[in-house]
Design a protein around this ligand. Structure first.
Ligand SMILES: *Cc1c(COP(=O)(O)O)cnc(C)c1O
Length: 503
């Protein structure tokens, strides 16, 4: 049975349904005209493909339309405000894109001789220099491909340093307010993970932390600012206590956006920290990458960094590529070649166009914008911890009590208003969390529109006008999905009525 808002074609206005590219396949169709080849020479010694390769046959306009339509279904930072908490989604300046497309950068081949790639190596070295300067730490691993990959690399470096001193420790402590990738990375690195409770101020409970600390703790992993959007103000004491038992202090630096230019993690006693170039330093991300997760290291960890290293030896840049060649790098490489070079170009372009005063203003504005949301929404939503906050602001679901509306319903109603929802149900330290990070690149006008929408929906829910929440989103190509089933048993095919009629 078709409901009144279903169409014959499956399209909704000018929002077109998009079949899979394989469903659009017409055998033998080809997007380019290739010349007929009379005879080919067998260079494979008779080895031949036994069956067709299975690539779809499509014309050029079909391909262009397919990918354009797919891109239009994807909400993006280029389309509007993207207030995710714990994942900085800010504008990516087009200047970075322009520089990343310079022919000397795009046409580089990772296997070309080092003598012909001196400029690229200088770029990596310069970016490394600024990352070390901004963090106040003496070494950096450039190759990790993203934040979680950086965490794994950092922990492997810590493990190598501990094993080199004959001290294979077993435990890693991770506070409740840490990002979810932290315990996952520690587990993947073979460590037992122990959770540390949060105190009523939304920070690490120092007493609980000290009670769990012993000389079999390899590392503590702290996210700072943490996922409640709060600065861990007892961080110096945490560092000191960790070092006193011979452990290392890992800091999840994905939220460096909040403190860049103002705080140097090296001054806080941090030994190891990944930086998300694709967050703090504005390179595009989403859909799985590419990202960049360089890891800065303290002096005791520096000798255990994986290869490659870019070195300048007076005659020019050269590479240390073999584990052991520099002394004691124990686990070779963590990623092919140098990591995500295109991301390095964008990140360096961002840094150099802003300068140190500009970077400082980035963190100030990011924190100001989050506190503006707190100030303008604090009376209608419920904030579990008193402000001020850092770069993101956390609300819980107490303001929805007795309305029948859940955090999920509220977020879905945001979609009908043309807003990407905030992060929901994370962090786990509060019930029904709504976590918002506006970032520094949103204007006051954009924030006011967002604030107006949230206030409108909160008032509607409190007034008992809740029918729409239960059915939201109503104005999207797809209505609310069973999210568990959609993740476990995705149905990617769509047969519109027009095709059923033809069958
Ligand atoms: C985004 C994020 C990560 C993970 O980074 P990816 O690049 O997505 O792997 C880890 N920790 C925090 C605090 C983050 O915000």
């Amino acid at each position: 049975m078709t409901s009144p808002d279903e169409t014959f074609t499956g399209h909704r206005g000018l929002q077109l349904e998009e079949p899979l590219i394989f469903e659009q396949d017409a055998l033998g169709r080809c997007g380019v005209d290739l010349p007929q080849v009379d005879a080919t020479q067998d260079r494979l010694g008779g080895v031949q493909r036994a069956s067709p390769i299975g690539l779809p046959g499509l014309s050029e306009p079909q391909v262009v339309r397919h990918y354009l339509r797919l891109s239009q279904k994807n909400y993006a930072i280029d389309a509007g405000l993207y207030p995710l908490g714990s994942c900085t989604m800010k504008h990516n300046p087009r200047l970075n894109e322009k520089l990343a497309r310079l022919p000397g950068f795009v046409s580089l081949h990772p296997l070309q001789p080092v003598a012909t790639a001196q400029g690229a190596l200088e770029l990596i070295d310069t970016l490394a220099h600024w990352l070390k300067t901004l963090t106040g730490l003496p070494a950096v691993i450039m190759s990790p491909a993203a934040g979680a990959h950086g965490e794994l690399t950092g922990l492997m470096t810590i493990r190598a340093a501990l094993e080199a001193r004959g001290d294979a420790r077993r435990r890693v402590l991770v506070p409740e307010s840490a990002h979810g990738t932290n315990p996952a990375s520690a587990h993947a690195c073979g460590y037992g993970v122990e959770s540390i409770a949060a105190n009523p101020r939304g920070r690490v409970d120092l007493k609980a932390f000290k009670a769990s600390l012993s000389d079999d703790v390899a590392a503590i992993m702290i996210t700072n600012p943490n996922t409640c959007g709060l600065f861990e103000d007892e961080i110096l004491e945490i560092a000191e206590a960790t070092h006193a038992v011979g452990g290392f202090f890992y800091c999840d630096g994905a939220n460096f956006n909040a403190i860049v230019g103002r705080v140097r993690p090296g001054d806080l006693g941090i030994d190891c920290m990944h930086l998300n170039l694709h967050k703090t330093f504005s390179t595009p991300h989403g859909g799985g990458g590419p990202g960049g997760g360089p890891v800065v290291l303290s002096a005791p960890l520096a000798p255990f960094a994986p290869v490659p290293h870019v070195i300048h030896d007076g005659n020019g840049y050269r590479l240390v590529e073999q584990a052991g060649q520099s002394g004691d790098s124990p686990f070779g490489r963590i990623k092919a070649f140098h990591g995500q070079f295109g991301v390095f170009v964008r990140a360096l372009s961002y840094m150099m166009s802003l300068g140190s005063d500009g970077l400082r203003q980035v963190s100030e504005d990011a924190v100001l914008n989050a506190n503006y949301l707190l100030a303008r929404l604090g009376d209608v939503l419920s904030a579990p911890f008193p402000g001020p906050c850092m770069h993101e602001v956390l609300f819980d679901d107490r303001f929805l009590r007795d309305t029948g509306v859940s955090t999920l319903d509220f977020a879905k109603a945001m979609i009908d208003e043309g807003f990407h929802p905030m992060t929901m149900y994370f962090p786990l330290v509060v019930h029904g969390a709504l976590l918002m990070e506006p970032t520094e690149t949103e204007s006051k006008a954009a924030l006011d529109e967002f604030i107006g929408t949230v206030r409108h929906l909160a008032a509607k829910a409190r007034a008992g006008d809740t029918q729409h929440f239960m059915e939201a989103p109503q104005r999207t190509p797809r209505r609310r999905l069973d999210e568990t089933r959609a993740a476990r048993r995705p149905v990617l095919r769509w047969t519109p009525a027009v095709e059923q009629a033809a069958e």
